[in-house]
Design a protein around this ligand. Sequence first.
Ligand code: 5GP
Ligand code: MN
Length: 335
Amino acid sequence: MENINTLKNILATPKKIVLTSHRNPDGDAIGSSLAMCHYLRTLGHTADIVVPSEYPDFLEWMPNIAEIAVYDLEKERVKDLIAEADIVFSLDYNDLDRIDKVGDMVKKADVTKVMIDHHLQPADFADFMLSEPSASSTCELVYEFISQHLDDKDKIDLKTAEAIMTGILTDTNSFKYSTSPKLFRIVADLIELGVDDYLLQDLIFNSLKQKNLRLLGHCLHNRMEILDEYNTGIIFLTKEDYADFDISRGDTEGIVNYLLKIRNIRMAAFVMEQPTIVKISLRSKGDFSVQQIAQKHFRGGGHRNASGGASFQGLRSTLRRFKELLPHYKEELTA
Ligand code: 5GP
Ligand code: MN
């Protein structure tokens, strides 16, 4: 991070700090926020977490998660926190539009802005930036930020380590993607600090409700289309499916990944008919970049192998539009 000494000086006296993360926060968003929050509190700062929309149920076991200010539920509290802040951290997102209305408040606020993130193409809004798209997760970067950039490894306690491990486990899907020697060294450090990786994996990945498995069965049996010619798989969900399966936030997490289990599939799309938008989750294997598809065609972005976006055209025409794109990418998809 450039000018790290300036930031160290700012952090040398107690500050009011707000940690923000993206809408529909995932394990990395919440893990990195809670890790930074615990760490900053141990230094004597006042630290609070703000996210635009609710976090998924499977993270409810995390210590202090109930303290998080969710803008959708507590607008005034969020406004007050940002109005009073000296420093705002942007964790696990690369542009203020990823935090909806909270982004407008942060943009206008007279605060020091610090970004720690691993998404491609970061926007230029922060005073201090640790943006590393090759990192597995923002949590990996939080570990690096504290231990190396701030030279404060001794202050990483078990609670901070568990929050960091949570984001690493969820963003790598248990070490399936974006691994590196560096990541495994960090994980070794976390385990030495007392993190029980088996217990965390059980808490994170084995917490489904019966309805989640029934929904998965429905998606795989009735809502899956494989386009062999383009090595592409699609799963979609209709508004009626949302009602029939009582789907709420977090319930569709991970479903898109099943498409990548089919031999030769290079791109997976999960298309969800939500109340006001059609949400699209994209995954790929190897060099094929779903980031370019999300950015060019669905007002989104993310990572090379995991991106997302939205469409405002209704489910059927969004599915049609997605399929019409495939011939343009045929060469890359079948290389
Ligand atoms: P998911 O498919 O799990 O919702 O998201 C996969 C990745 O794409 C995440 O890193 C997420 O931050 C990013 N992403 C998802 N939706 C959007 C979006 O609408 N806009 C942008 N810029 N990124 C997104
Ligand atoms: Mn992440």
